[in-house]
Design a protein around this ligand. Sequence first.
Ligand code: UD1
Length: 420
Amino acid sequence: MDAFQIRGGRALRGEVTISGSKNAALPIMAAALLTREPCVIRRVPNLSDVQFMGDILRSLGAKVEFSGDTVTIEARDIQEFGDYELIRKMRASVCIMGPLLARLRRARVSLPGGCVIGARPIDLHLKGLRMLGAKFNIRGGYVVGSTPALSGAEVFLGGRVGPTVLGTANIMMAATLAQGVTIIESAACEPEVVDLAKFLTSMGARIQGAGSPTLTITGMPELRGAEHDVIPDRIEAATFAIAAAVTKGSLVLKGARADHMGAILDKLREAGVSIRRQGNDLAVERSRRRLRPVDITTQPYAGFPTDVQAQMMVLMLQVPGISVITERIFESRFMHVPELCRLGAQISIEGPSAIVKGGEPLSGAPVMASDLRASAALVLAGLAAEGVTTVKRVYHLDRGYERMDEKLRAVGARIERIPE
Ligand code: UD1
């Protein structure tokens, strides 16, 4: 296992190129199962989760070839079950279920694992697929699904906390090959869902309403191979924007899509961080003015994303005053809080809210990464702190950030990857 050793206190300056989105790339790779023809997907980030998805597709019988940031997938002859351990390790692997049911009328998927943030059930995925005509049972740790044929239906996907992102992806993919029309109400509106719909459309699928809560999918007898460029990663872009702000630096985020980052940019500006569009890039600078505390509540898109909650908390630690950060998407998504407290942070948790008392200097300490975005927050805190911070278990980070240490070093951070 690797760790990051960070010597904090240096302002980051320069340019960072934003990678393709992990959360868009994973379901798009799974969508390649819907056709026998080859699919070429570009701007795929080189991450362990993406390699995992490649291995899962290979274990189902697909040919998967990576070359630079392009992956070619040919799922000519596939079977309905893959490697149990691989699938179990990554939660996003659940989205092979819809394509397998649509293509083979059978699917066998191990109950998913992934980041330990709350219970993370898949009941809505199964509910939607049942409405399209699939039956499920649990056997030997697998969710086993089968159907004589999928047919279009009206599916309401709103859950306890709002729409489900991968659930929407799963049902949308299954519906592209179902007989008749499927209407998904309370669909997720995330840009990653829109990107998947765009890829499916270039495969020949008929989808209307992507990006809105109502998706209408007209099933087709088959889909064809297609090429696609994955959207830039808005969560990576937000993390680097916050890195500039917490180090009192300035960064140009090459290729960041401001139109996917409305709520994030709004909160950063409200806090006093300067953000300017420069052509296709975003320039982020911590202005000389004192920052202001802001309250944040995570919500489904277009609200503030849960995947940036932990990083934003680090920024609020820099701001004198009290800010309240409320997590509404996942329970137990405050695992970064006790680790941040090791650096001297003053944060208390009250139900779904973290009360952050900012303005006290952080001092470096050994900390442990617990999930992907919590790890990113610990790295940001290390960059802002005085002294040395060692972040252990950075394999969590490698799941979702492409060469984060190298990208940070290139803009002036003192960060080294060391064996734990
Ligand atoms: C995706 C993202 C993840 C992000 C999350 C919320 C990927 C690979 N991952 O995860 O980074 O944090 O969206 O933006 O794209 N829920 C149920 N039943 C279900 C499914 C979900 O109750 O069947 C609940 C979850 O426990 C959670 C909420 O719905 O409380 C939202 O989860 P969901 O949108 O499904 O997250 P993912 O798609 O797994």
